[in-house]
Design a protein around this ligand. Structure first.
Ligand code: UDP
Ligand code: MG
Length: 322
């Protein structure tokens, strides 16, 4: 029999006690079916990354570890964020896995797409993106804002697979390549396409969150979008320059207009034009300085080279070492 690859499904969890039992059940069934069909190695695992949850998430994970051999978990010492949780999962799993799938805990992404992803992996693809075919269940606002975000990213010159989030399969060599990216400000959906290697897409329907509530409220979403842009693109810096030239051009026209008026002897009430220019330019300058500040802040964070996460407990590795 041909040796089939070992799959680790990585699930980041932040206060997910409400969905976890269902997640284990559904993903467990998928693993079981794949093993039965001989598509993956029988030692394949679910790896839950507890991202500093304040609820019973870690208790549940350790309980499931006792009940099911395929469940493992790692625990962060505090909350490090979704992207770092995914990275920690991959860092831990890569040594023992041939392929890794990252999926959210809330079952919004159709778990059945895992079958197709594994199929594509077995056909020789290194990266298989889960692409949302419809977002009917997301709110109107979330759909619109996502659309705007992807088109903005495209204009900023960031190569992203539209409508793909962090639900994807990656081979061992693709993850190994990804882990060589040493940046602190993680934006995985922009980084993965940079790895290269043969890639494929699998379409799926995005569903409602199974239980609990979104951990990405509007302000976190905007922050995430802005982080994505400033980590990947220097277009905003270049835009400032164009904006600067535009403002200079406008003021030249204003100058000419004012001179002409003066020569005609028209009375100019200087106060209003003066005030307008001061305020307008002041605003433009503040915006520009803050955009540059964003980049300087990024450089500041990167130069510190802080660890991206701290693992307090790792139950995954011992399962393979014994
Ligand atoms: N998550 C995490 N750390 C965080 C926030 C979220 O690990 O600080 C996890 C969360 O448990 C879930 C996934 O990231 O598995 C996506 O979060 P969520 O479903 O809340 O985001 P949405 O689908 O609403 O964008
Ligand atoms: Mg979700």
């Amino acid at each position: 029999m041909v040796k089939c690859g070992l799959l680790t499904i990585i699930v980041p969890c932040y206060n997910e006690e409400a969905v976890l039992p269902e997640t284990v059940k559904e993903l467990g069934t998928i693993l079981e079916n794949l093993i039965k069909k001989g598509k993956i190695d029988p030692a394949s695992k679910l790896l839950f990354v507890n991202d500093g949850s304040q609820d019973r998430t870690w208790r549940l994970i350790t309980d499931f570890e006792k009940d099911f051999d395929f469940v493992t978990g790692i625990k962060f010492s505090r909350n490090f964020g979704h992207q770092n949780a995914l990275l920690a999962g991959m860092t831990t799993a890569v040594a023992y896995s041939d392929m890794m799938i990252t999926i959210d805990a809330d079952l919004q992404d159709d778990v059945k797409a895992v079958y197709e992803m594994v199929e594509k992996f077995n056909q020789g693809f290194d990266v298989v993106y889960g692409v949302r075919s419809s977002r009917q269940t997301d709110t109107f606002f979330k759909r619109r804002s996502a659309l705007a975000f992807y088109s903005l990213m495209k204009h900023m010159g960031v190569d992203m697979v539209p409508n793909s989030a962090d639900y994807r399969l990656m081979s061992k060599r693709a993850v190994t390549a990804l882990l060589k990216f040493k940046e602190r400000n993680l934006f995985l959906r922009g980084m993965v396409p940079l790895v290269g290697y043969p890639s494929a897409k699998v379409l799926y329907e995005r569903k409602e969150r199974f239980a609990g509530e979104s951990k990405y409220p509007l302000n976190k979403m905007i922050r995430f979008a802005f982080d994505g842009i400033s980590s990947f693109s220097t277009v905003p810096i270049r835009m400032i320059m164009s904006l600067g030239f535009l403002v200079i051009l406008i003021s030249v026209f204003l100058l000419i207009f004012t001179l002409v008026q003066w020569m005609r002897g028209a009375v100019i009430s200087g106060w209003s034009s003066l005030m307008i220019s001061i305020w307008f330019l002041g605003g433009v300058q503040l915006v520009c300085v803050s955009v540059i500040g964003e980049y300087v802040g990024k450089i500041f964070k990167e130069t510190k080279q802080r660890p991206r996460f701290t693992i307090e407990k790792d139950d995954f590795t011992p399962k393979f070492k014994k």
